[in-house]
Design a protein around this ligand. Structure first.
Ligand code: GLY
Ligand code: MN
Ligand code: MN
Length: 440
C-alpha cells in the first residue's frame, strides 16, 4: 500500500466502527445496510444525469461516483462492502483504488447489484431507497426500516467532527482548488470569457465538471451579484470591472468551497477598496473561530463588521448598529456567514442539536445553514459577502431607512456585481486552522 494517508484512514475507519456500534446499540439496531445510490435517466431519454454517491457511503469509502454498491455494518462483524463492477463492454467498470479502506473493510467486487442477504435481527437500510425500491432492488428482510429519522440524525451527527484523515482530505481538496483559482484569475487578466475562466479552472485543478462538488460560479461584472450564478458566457464582455469565482474540488469525497473576487480593467477604486475591506472582515472572522463560539453570534458579528465597512466607505450614513438593526446589511448580504463542509458542500447536521432536535435559524437570517455551537473537529466555511442585488436594494431605497444609503455610490458599484471572500476553516482544540490559507 503506497497511500500516504493509509494510517490516518485506518484510524478514521476504526473511529467509524466504534461510532456505528454505539449508535446502533443505542437505537436498538443489529445492523445497517447503506446504499451508494444509482444515477437517474433524463425523462424519456436513455442518458443519465451526473451522479454522486450517498454521503454515508462515502464516509467509509470516499467513493463519490460509485453506484449500485452496498455497505453492511453489523457491529461485531467485519464491515462488508459490495463494490459493484459489472461486466460491461460499453463502459469501463469501476476499479478498487489503492487505499487503506479496501483492506480494512471486507470488500467483495460484485458483478450484480443485488444487496447482501440480511440475517435475523433488526436492520435499517439507508440511502436513496424507499421500502418499495428496497424490495425491488432485492433487500429481503421483512421488518427492514428505510431511512429511520433517529438513525439518520445520529449518523449525520457522526459526520460533524472530522477525523485527522478527513481534515487531510479537505486540505488536499483546498490545495487543488487553489491551483484552479490562480489559473482562473490569470485567464481573466488575459481577457478570457466566463467559459474560458471555467475551463482554465478545471484544467489547472485537474477535474471534469461532473466531478465538482457544486457548479462553479464564475461571474464577471454584474453576474457577480447573482449568488449562485449558473451560466458561463462564451464571449468576453466589453467591460470587465470584476470577477467572482466560487469554485471547489473534491478529494476522496471531501469538498473544497472557495471564493475569490478580483478587480478587473475598468474597476472603480471604491470597489477595489471594498474587496480589501471584505478580505479584512474574513480574516477577522476566521480569527474568531474557536470551540464554544456560537455560529449565529459569529454571523451577527459579520453583519456588524459589514455595517462598519458600509459606514466607513460612506455607502451608509449613521452607525453600524443602525445599518444592522434596520436591515440595511441584510439587503447587501442575504446569505449566511458559512456552513459545515465535508462530504457535501453544505454538509449535514448544521441545523440540529446533539440530540438530533432541529435548531432553526433566526427569523431575520433564514438562509443561515449552521446554527450550532462550534466544536473541535467541525469544518466550516467563512464567507462574508457584499453585493448590489437590485431585487433587494430597490425595496430598501423605497423604504424610510433608504435615506441612510448613498445611492450614487451604490450605482457606481452596480457594474461590479459583488464581493465574496470564502475560506475553509477547521476548528481545532483551542482555535482554528485555515485550510485555504496554506495555499494562498
Ligand atoms: N458555493 C456555494 C456556497 O458557497 O455555499
Ligand atoms: Mn462557495
Ligand atoms: Mn460556501
Amino acid at each position: 500500500m503506497s497511500d500516504p494517508l493509509a494510517a490516518l484512514q485506518r484510524e478514521h475507519l476504526q473511529h467509524l466502527e466504534r461510532y456505528y456500534a454505539e449508535t446502533l446499540a443505542a437505537l436498538g439496531y443489529d445492523g445497517v445496510l447503506i446504499y451508494s445510490g444509482r444515477p437517474t435517466l433524463h425523462f424519456g431519454d436513455d442518458q443519465y444525469a451526473s451522479f454522486c454517491s450517498y454521503g454515508h457511503f462515502q464516509h467509509w469509502t470516499g467513493q463519490s461516483g460509485l453506484a449500485h454498491s452496498w455497505l453492511l455494518v453489523q457491529p461485531g462483524q467485519p464491515t462488508r462492502c459490495f463494490f459493484h463492477a459489472p461486466d460491461d463492454f460499453w463502459h469501463l467498470p469501476p476499479q478498487l483504488p489503492d487505499q487503506a479502506w479496501t483492506e480494512h473493510l471486507e470488500v467483495a467486487v460484485v458483478r450484480d447489484a443485488t444487496p447482501p442477504r440480511l440475517g435475523a435481527g433488526r436492520f435499517a437500510v439507508i440511502g436513496d431507497v424507499d421500502r418499495a425500491t428496497a424490495q425491488a432492488l432485492g433487500v429481503h428482510a421483512p421488518g427492514v426500516e428505510c431511512n429511520p429519522a433517529d438513525l439518520l440524525a445520529a449518523l449525520d451527527e457522526g459526520r460533524l467532527r472530522k477525523s485527522a484523515y478527513e481534515i487531510a482530505c479537505l486540505n488536499e481538496a483546498n490545495r487543488m482548488a487553489m491551483l484552479g483559482h490562480r489559473a482562473a484569475h490569470e485567464a481573466f487578466l488575459a481577457g478570457g470569457s466566463e467559459l474560458d475562466i471555467q475551463l482554465a479552472y478545471l484544467q489547472a485543478s485537474r477535474q471534469r465538471e461532473s466531478e465538482l462538488p457544486y457548479g462553479n460560479i464564475v461571474g464577471i461584472g454584474p453576474h457577480a451579484a447573482v449568488l449562485h450564478y449558473q451560466h458561463y458566457d462564451s464571449e468576453p464582455p466589453r467591460s470587465r470591472p470584476s470577477l467572482l469565482v466560487d469554485a471547489g474540488h473534491r478529494f476522496r469525497g471531501y469538498c473544497a468551497d472557495i471564493t475569490r473576487t478580483w478587480p478587473g480593467t475598468d474597476t472603480d477604486p471604491l470597489f477595489a477598496d471594498l474587496i480589501a475591506g471584505m478580505h479584512d472582515i474574513k480574516q477577522r472572522l476566521v480569527a474568531a473561530v474557536a470551540p464554544g463560539i456560537e455560529f449565529v453570534a459569529l454571523h451577527e458579528r459579520m453583519h456588524h463588521l459589514l455595517g462598519e465597512l458600509l459606514v466607513a466607505s460612506e455607502l451608509v450614513t449613521g452607525s453600524a448598529e443602525m445599518a444592522v438593526e434596520s436591515g440595511i446589511t441584510r439587503a447587501f448580504c442575504p446569505h449566511g456567514l458559512g456552513h459545515l463542509l465535508g462530504l457535501q458542500v453544505h454538509d449535514v447536521a448544521g441545523r440540529q442539536a446533539r440530540d438530533g432536535t432541529v435548531l432553526p435559524p433566526p427569523a431575520q437570517y433564514p438562509a443561515l445553514r449552521l446554527t450550532r455551537e462550534l466544536e473541535t473537529g467541525m469544518t466550516v466555511t467563512i464567507e462574508p459577502g457584499l453585493y448590489v442585488i437590485p431585487m433587494l436594494l430597490e425595496p430598501l431605497k423605497a423604504s424610510p431607512v433608504g435615506r441612510e444609503v448613498n445611492w450614487t455610490l451604490v450605482e457606481r458599484l452596480a457594474p461590479h456585481g459583488g464581493i465574496r471572500s470564502e475560506d475553509n476553516v477547521a476548528v481545532t482544540s483551542d482555535s482554528a486552522r485555515n485550510l485555504t490559507a496554506d495555499f494562498e
